[in-house]
Design a binder for this molecule. Structure first.
Ligand SMILES: *Cc1c(COP(=O)(O)O)cnc(C)c1O
Length: 387
């Protein structure tokens, strides 16, 4: 069976984890800091704060930016549940933004249209999701958001290794926060870099970084210069606000650190597979790859194909079942969030034409490091035969 995605772990990764097992720190040790420093370097951020997964990264980001009950957060309708749920964790409400059906991405235009539609609401922040690893025009999104006084969280769960290119061809790695306040990452095994479970928030603001670290570990303050009561004694610590245990272990970080060393190679191999599929589907009537944007030097996490099932005369379920019988796994990214019963109950029925058009066509094809050429050809021929 060819799955739609899988991790790639080699002997170096295994050795790195074993080394931690043989050392003195399984968690809260030096490898966590090493991982954070490596991530800071790779994405050109001043601060990287690791945490237990991409969802807790989003939750910490919301908390550190002071987003709270009464605020409204804009979230694209096509993303994983966590992008919106994190706003709900802090009691904020969500407004869904439509996307460009040719890419699945929120644009400056769809964002601004939604802001104008909901301008009587206390809009506070926007989550910009780099679906499949690709990023939109970040300057344009930044301009719209700042014009309306919105904070920007980039959900880069898919986009470690992607580089945004502005109109002067300046390069900005995703995570450098050149056009946002904070960026969140996920290192779940289906994502580009696997840590088992893992996540991180990057920022260039020392106050936000400090807050993220505090909230990640119960809100415990060990630095005596910041205590309210002065008590002496090596046992003493204070808590000023409610925090969590969202830490990540040295074991996970050893794997992550070793995986990050291979990021450029992973990106190159994934790009090659994407180019192979794009080329193979260039003549196929029913299959259109998502549009590739010039401003994004993309580290592809997913391969998104848009299939005209109506024209094909076969449902998506049937296409997926037929492919599965031939040993090809596929997936759908994602069911529009405004169609989820939880959000429908909260905010009522709504129609977002771009998201619904995209959802009616999308199918994620196998894309991972180690997907060999024979498997790639098998995906293409089975899909085209099916189509
Ligand atoms: C995977 C994912 C998350 C959550 O990451 P976890 O590490 O699984 O918690 C958040 N946002 C998006 C877009 C994702 O794909």
């Amino acid at each position: 069976m060819i799955p739609y995605g899988r991790h790639s772990v080699d002997q170096k990764d295994i050795d790195a984890v074993i080394q931690v097992l043989q050392g003195g720190w399984l968690t809260c040790g030096p490898v966590v800091e090493k991982f954070e420093q490596k991530l800071e370097k790779i994405v050109s951020a001043k601060y990287a704060v690791s945490c237990s997964n991409g969802t807790t990264a989003l939750h910490l980001a919301m908390l550190a930016l002071g987003i709270k009950a009464g605020d409204v957060v804009l979230v694209p309708a096509i993303t994983f549940l966590a992008s919106a749920n994190a706003a709900r964790y802090v009691g904020a409400d969500v407004v869904f933004v439509d996307i460009d059906p040719t890419t699945g991405l929120m644009t400056a235009q769809t964002l601004e249209a939604t802001i104008l539609q909901y301008q009587d609401k206390p809009l506070k922040a926007v989550v910009n999701v780099h679906l499949a690893g690709q990023c939109e025009n970040l300057e344009a999104i930044h301009m719209v958001a700042k014009k309306h006084n919105l904070l920007i969280i980039e959900d880069a769960a898919h986009a470690i290794g992607t580089i945004y290119m502005d109109k002067n061809e300046e390069l900005y790695p995703i995570g450098s926060n050149a056009f946002c306040d904070v960026t969140t990452f996920s290192f779940h095994p289906v994502k580009t870099i696997a840590m088992g479970e893992g996540g991180a928030v990057t920022t260039n603001d020392p106050e936000i970084a400090k807050k993220l670290k505090l909230l990640r570990s119960h809100g415990m303050i060990r630095d005596n210069s910041e205590w309210e009561e002065v008590e002496s004694g090596p046992w003493y610590y204070e808590m000023h606000e409610l925090g969590f245990n969202y830490r990540i272990s040295d074991l996970n970080c050893a794997l992550g650190l070793s995986q990050l060393e291979k990021l450029n190679g992973f990106k190159a191999e994934r790009s090659k597979i994407v180019a192979f599929y794009d080329n193979a589907f260039s003549g196929a009537r029913h299959i259109t790859p998502v549009k590739k944007l010039k401003c994004s030097d993309t580290a592809w996490h997913l391969y998104l194909a848009l299939i005209d099932y109506d024209d094909l005369g076969k449902s998506r379920a049937q296409v997926m079942t037929d492919l599965k019988e031939k040993g090809v796994g596929t997936q759908v990214h994602y069911i529009p969030l405004h169609k989820q019963p939880y959000y429908k109950k909260l905010y009522g029925e709504m129609t977002l034409p771009g998201a619904e058009d995209y959802y009616s066509k999308c199918l994620s094809l196998p894309l991972y490091v180690g997907l060999n050429q024979e498997s790639q050809r098998s995906v293409v021929s089975n899909l085209i035969l099916n189509a």
